[in-house]
Design a protein around this ligand. Structure first.
Ligand SMILES: [Mg+2]
Length: 254
């Protein structure tokens, strides 16, 4: 056995466009039977954890909420720990995971996730003005794009980059590939238990998932589903490349 615990990316690995990836349901059942703990580590910012649970369930994947990590949940923890009040460029479907918003002119931070078609000049300019007044930019992630069926769509990353450029600041990254995000997931995996072997992260993004995990001391597996594009397997140094998540048990046994 090559791993004592598994971290899964969700979109493009376990599910895609509201359907499970072939084999995903069986792989989670297989891990449960073998008592190999796993967590779902997603960069999604357009859903609360409750809605992530619901959409997984609609795909036939039954995962309890405490086994799901999102950057919005992590951000809520950071705000609480630092006693910060923030303003949010966050989809309204994710707001239930966050404390109430600060007044515009006294924010310690601006939290930015994927607002999709609700990104506009006014929204970005207000965030820019907060940053000019000294607020810290907390970026849920800097993913460049995501795949809606076969169509690539702009994700939060390019908007984070625009604010960084305009305000001449650097965002603090919360989700993948930030090391503290992976470390929190690993702590959750082994709570109260000895970690006997390596932890494997399996994702469809060679950078945020695979190289991010490797930089945090995990093994990184790349799958050829989801946002995977031809040649991505040459871009980093994945510990393994699988056609899909269905091949995970074979890889672990190999
Ligand atoms: Mg993904």
């Amino acid at each position: 056995m090559k791993a004592s615990g598994i971290l899964f990316d969700i979109d493009g690995v376990l599910a895609h466009g509201g359907s499970p990836i072939d084999g995903a349901v069986d792989v989670l059942a297989w891990l449960t039977r073998r008592r190999i703990p796993y967590r779902l580590v997603t960069n999604t910012t357009r859903k609360s954890r409750r809605l992530v649970v619901d959409s997984l369930a609609a795909s036939g994947l039954s995962v309890p909420p405490e086994q799901i990590m999102t950057p919005i949940i992590a951000a809520a923890g950071i705000l609480k720990e630092r006693k910060w009040r923030a303003t949010y460029l966050v989809d309204e479907r994710a707001l239930e995971d966050l404390p109430s918003e600060a007044a515009r002119n006294q924010a310690d931070a601006v939290l930015i996730g994927d607002l999709g078609e609700k990104f506009n000049y006014d929204v970005l300019n207000r965030a820019f003005q907060s940053l000019k007044q000294g607020a810290v930019l907390l970026a849920a992630h800097k993913n460049r794009f995501w795949m809606k069926d076969t169509e690539p769509l702009l994700d939060a990353g390019p908007f984070v980059a625009a604010l960084e450029y305009g305000a001449e600041i650097k965002a603090e990254l919360i989700g993948k590939p930030a090391r503290p995000f992976f470390e929190a997931a690993v702590r959750s995996l082994y709570e109260g238990r000895a970690q006997l072997g390596p932890t494997v992260m399996i994702g469809d993004r060679w950078d945020a998932d695979v190289e991010g995990a490797r930089a945090a001391g995990l093994l990184g597996l790349l799958v050829r589903t989801g946002t995977y594009e031809e040649g991505d397997d040459q871009k980093g140094s994945p510990d393994g490349v699988l056609d899909s998540v269905a091949d995970l048990p074979r890889w672990l046994a190999g």
